[in-house]
Write a protein of this length. Structure first.
Length: 1012
């Protein structure tokens, strides 16, 4: 079958069908482009209601399937009045537009931009104003889908027939496609037309609702058999007489199927047709479905139209089809996604809160933890380089700060320095010089040599790099916390809480810096005073006291004071530095918390997104199967939820699957494992995709590992298995399948009397309404016995004598039922009688001329072939006014002389009949006999074929320039009155024709006036 398809939606119904089809594609493949099929779309409407990119109605499973603007053509217009006043500039519009006076009334009633408004000719007017753009879009889209290599294209044109837009532009849409793509084998055109329902919803019927449908079908029928050639609205307005096979087939359908199943016209019908299109376009690629192509090409029977009695002149096309479709499906993709999104939610909850419950898995609430005590722990602060020693740079922070002897803590430094210098002095100097020498050396160390530059100089220097050291602290802390998070030890919420407790802790310590300095100042003064006293004592040491060790004891005591003094002085400078350093550290921790919070917020949003995805999956109520739904979802949603809950409650499995998720996240970060990199490299979209992809795999692994019983299996199951589980005995299976088969019946009801009708013009040997029922079953060789029973039961339930079974080895989870009926004229459709009555009611109303113009896109519809085999009475009613006109009108000879249009002509048998001359294809006059030599006899015997020719002849004379003159029209009206009065004298009063003559005369006068 063809791989290239262009789906064209006209009007609101067409847009809804495209929307439903795109949703179906996405539901099946989780993308908008199915494999092995090249698809494109064109949606044409006078309203932009369904065209907005943010329209939520285009969402399915949380994703929008809206078509791009290049596939949308909005045809509303605000300049129709100006076009009407300058028709010569619009040759594609001028020939058919009709009475300007009526148009002014129509346009004056429109507020704002014009839309179709249940006026078919208004819909055409709007489309004609955009016809060139339509053809450009059409050509572009066809070229795009042909780039795949295959050149054949199937056009699927979808619309409802009740409105003004879809119904009004259908004929031109088809004609323009066929004009641009005339090869009927390479370019197939299939129409899908929804008939107006008998009881529309409130406010839907604004006057022409049902009549539009009948008018459109009249034109479609005439177009199909070559009796209607519309003007070329995208060209010079000429008649498109070269169109051959304008469309291959036209599906007609309603919201009632042949077995009494009623569906919603607005919600269900688009889904039903979308599923039918899906089977025809996508499923057909994997199976051998020959009967479908044969039916759509009218190759399964006599596709010739019904003809006028006694001739080969076609009147009723048999290119019409109808369909029914139903699908039984285990929604395996949806079930897999439900489990996967539950797993993804669990993984996200672990990352967010890490709060495990034996009964519910990971909870959506945090654990209660004392973070204040945790961040105050000296061990934690030391590890994070947030101790006092780090604040005053007593301990190193950067790698370049040095370790060990190169950069010792302040107290140890001065202890070691003092001890070493003390030994040095004692070895180099005389005892009386020890103290002064030691003091000088220590002062030099303080002023010039501490950390290579002296205490004050050191702190001035490092004050220039507070940001670098603060970042080092932040990075060390972040590496630890991120490692805890990515390993599953801590959650994002816990890390945020930890940092939330750490920041005020650091701020409180900053507030205590002055207090630390205040404590050290008195110590410094006390030590300095004590040193001064020791120096005085040192000066008093004599030879005798020195001999008894006083100097050495005093030197030892003074050395200790000097050590403590320089330690205190260094710490004072260190705390002065900390006043600058700690705020920068706090800033970095605040930034770290912001990064953590950003990641936590993204995870929280993702949890909500997963919950939204879960909510729209497997949400069916109970295990009851609703036959009214297009896709019968054959599964137990409660079983899905219960099994999934068991899976997420398994702690061992939860630990494994969440670790896989964390590993997948870490792999996307490379070597930089921190929250800043996480935010830079993993957006919400990437996070969602990563978890979805990993959890889809996790779900399948967990399902295969943990679901042991066959009845609990959710993934990888065949619809055949599930049917056998639920309907093991033949009787219960038959009861169920009987209902399913009925639900798959044609969405069209036929009139049995019309189907049985015989008569001239109806080929008695040709079947009409040829039906075939197709069941597409998955291959299941391991269940061969049950498949055999299944086919037998289907065979019993399908009442159609023509049925077939097709195997599909690519879709094990579904059974598809399709019924197609083709090769029927519209007369056998039961709904047609109702639509015809509404059409006649509209055109025979008080404003017949306007009604006909609103309903028909061109002309008044009177010359279009009837959709029904007319009864003699109907034919007489239709032809009587025309016959009266024929008896009073005159036509001009080629030499300019006038002659009576109807004359008494001798037949080949020598009888005399009323008739007229009709030129054949070579230009020769050929007589057309009307069946009698007077009005009454001719009306009783005239054949339909001759009647149509008579109508065309009269119509042409009434459109002559002469008839536009008021005096001439008055003359003809007077002749009609005279003719009616004369005929009354010749027809018996008991004859019905005598009583109807006046009414027929009035109708004839209305035709002269252009009111009909």
């Amino acid at each position: 079958m063809n791989a290239n398809h262009l789906i064209i939606g006209l009007g609101g119904t067409g847009g809804k069908i495209i929307r439903a089809f795109r949703k179906t594609i996405f539901q099946e493949f989780r993308k908008i482009d199915p494999p092995n099929v090249r698809l494109s779309y064109l949606y044409v409407d006078s309203s932009d209601e369904l065209m907005r990119l943010d329209d939520p109605s285009w969402k399915v499973l949380g994703q929008s399937v809206q078509i791009p603007p290049t596939s949308q053509l909005l045809i509303k217009s605000s300049n129709l009045a100006s076009i009407l006043e300058d028709l010569p500039s619009y040759p594609g519009i001028q020939p058919w537009i009709g009475d300007k006076t009526i148009w002014r009334d129509i346009l004056n009633s429109i507020i704002g931009d014009a839309i179709g408004g249940q006026k078919r000719r208004l819909g055409r007017f709007l489309f004609a104003s955009h016809a060139d753009e339509f053809c450009r879009r059409l050509t572009h889209l066809v070229n795009e889908i042909q780039k795949g290599g295959q050149q054949d294209v199937t056009f699927h044109v979808c619309c409802g027939l009740a409105g003004g837009t879809g119904s009004g532009i259908l004929i031109d849409c088809v004609s323009q496609i066929r004009k641009n793509y005339p090869d009927t084998l390479q370019y197939r055109i299939i129409l899908y037309t929804l008939l107006p329902e008998e009881h529309p919803k409130p406010n839907w019927n604004t006057g022409n609702y049902h009549a539009n449908g009948y008018a459109a079908l009249l034109e479609l029928n005439a177009l199909s058999i070559g009796k209607f050639y519309p003007c070329d609205i995208a060209g010079d307005g000429r008649k498109l007489e070269e169109l051959k096979t304008p469309f291959n087939g036209c599906y007609v359908f309603t919201n009632f199927n042949e077995n009494g199943l009623a569906v919603d016209i607005s919600e269900d019908i688009p889904n039903i047709l979308a599923d039918f299109l899906y089977q025809k376009i996508v499923t057909v690629r994997n199976i051998n479905w020959e009967s479908l192509g044969r039916a759509e090409n009218a190759e399964n029977g006599d596709g010739n139209p019904e003809t006028l009695p006694g001739s080969n002149d076609p009147v009723r096309s048999k290119r019409f089809l109808t369909f029914g479709v139903k699908r039984l499906s285990v929604p395996e993709s949806e079930i897999s996604e439900y489990i996967a999104f539950q797993f993804a939610r669990q993984a996200a909850l672990q990352l967010r809160y890490n709060n495990w419950s034996e009964t519910d898995g990971f909870l959506s609430d945090p654990r209660n933890l004392d973070m204040v005590s945790y961040v105050s722990s000296p061990e934690q602060l030391e590890r994070w380089m947030l101790s006092d020693e780090h604040f005053i740079l007593s301990s190193p922070i950067l790698e370049s700060d040095g370790v060990g002897s190169k950069w010792q803590p302040v107290s140890r430094y001065w202890m070691n320095v003092t001890t070493n210098l003390k030994e040095y002095v004692q070895g180099k100097e005389t005892a009386d010089k020890w103290l002064d020498r030691l003091k000088n050396l220590l002062d030099t160390r303080f002023q010039e040599q501490y950390r290579g530059q002296g205490v004050k100089a050191f702190y001035e220097t490092v004050s220039q790099s507070t940001r670098e050291r603060a970042r080092e602290i932040r990075q060390k802390l972040e590496r630890e916390l991120f490692s805890d998070w990515i390993n599953g030890t801590k959650s994002a919420h816990e890390i945020s809480s930890l940092l939330g407790a750490l920041i005020p802790h650091l701020k409180a310590r900053f507030d205590r810096i002055e207090e630390e300095i205040t404590k050290l100042k008195p110590q410094e003064e006390e030590l300095a005073k004590k040193l001064s006293e020791q120096q005085k004592e040192w000066a008093k040491v004599g030879v005798i006291s020195d001999m008894f060790g006083k100097r050495r004891r005093l030197f030892d005591a003074a050395s200790t004071v000097l050590q403590d003094l320089y330690t205190v002085r260094t710490k004072i400078e260190g705390w002065q530095f900390a006043k600058k350093f700690l705020p920068v550290i706090i800033e970095e921790i605040v930034l770290l918390k912001a990064d953590v919070d950003k990641a936590a917020s993204m995870i929280a949003e993702s949890i909500k997104a997963f919950e939204d995805q879960i909510a729209v999956r497997c949400s069916d109520q109970g295990a009851m199967i609703d036959l009214r739904k297009q896709v019968i979802r054959f599964y137990d949603p409660e079983l899905v939820k219960n099994v999934t809950k068991r899976l997420i409650k398994d702690q061992k499995e939860a630990t494994t699957q969440t670790q896989r998720v964390r590993t997948a996240i870490a792999e996307k970060l490379g070597e930089k494992l921190d929250f800043k990199t996480l935010n830079e490299r993993i957006s919400k979209t990437v996070f969602l995709d990563t978890l979805e992809r990993q959890c889809m795999e996790n779900a399948k692994i967990a399902h295969n590992n943990l679901v042991q019983t066959e009845s609990d299996r959710l993934i990888g199951v065949s619809i055949i298995e599930k049917l056998k589980e639920r309907y093991a005995d033949r009787q219960s299976l038959r009861l169920y399948l009987d209902n399913v088969v009925k639900a798959a019946g044609n969405y069209l009801i036929f009139n049995s009397d019309e189907k049985r009708r015989v008569g001239q013009g109806i080929n008695p040997t040709a079947q009409i309404a040829v039906s075939n029922f197709t069941v597409i079953l998955p291959k299941a060789p391991e269940m061969e016995d049950y498949i055999k029973v299944l086919k037998e039961v289907f065979f019993e339930c399908i009442r159609n004598p023509s049925k077939e079974f097709i195997e599909n080895d690519t879709r094990l989870n579904e059974i598809i039922l399709v019924s197609i009926t083709n090769l029927f004229p519209l007369r056998i459709v039961q709904h047609m009688s109702f639509l015809k009555s509404k059409y006649l009611e509209r055109i025979n109303g008080s404003d017949s001329k306007r009604a006909r113009m609103e309903l028909h896109i061109e002309g008044d519809g009177q010359t279009l072939p009837s959709l029904f085999v007319p009864t003699r009475t109907e034919l007489e009613e239709r032809l009587a006014p025309v016959l009266l006109l024929g008896m009073v009108l005159k036509e001009k000879e080629e030499d300019g002389t006038e002659r009576e249009m109807l004359q008494k002509i001798e037949t080949e048998t020598g009888a005399i009949q009323l008739g007229f001359m009709q030129k054949d294809e070579y230009g020769f006059d050929q007589p057309v006999y009307l069946g009698g030599d007077n009005f009454s006899e001719a009306l009783s015997n005239i054949r339909e074929e001759a009647g149509i020719l008579l109508e065309q002849k009269v119509e042409a004379l009434l459109k002559s320039p002469e008839m536009k003159l008021e005096p001439k029209r008055k003359e003809i009206e007077s002749e009609i009155v005279k003719k009616v009065n004369n005929l009354r004298a010749t027809i018996k009063p008991t004859d019905l024709k005598s009583r109807r003559l006046a009414d027929w005369g009035k109708l004839a006068i209305k035709k002269v006036r252009g009111e009909l």
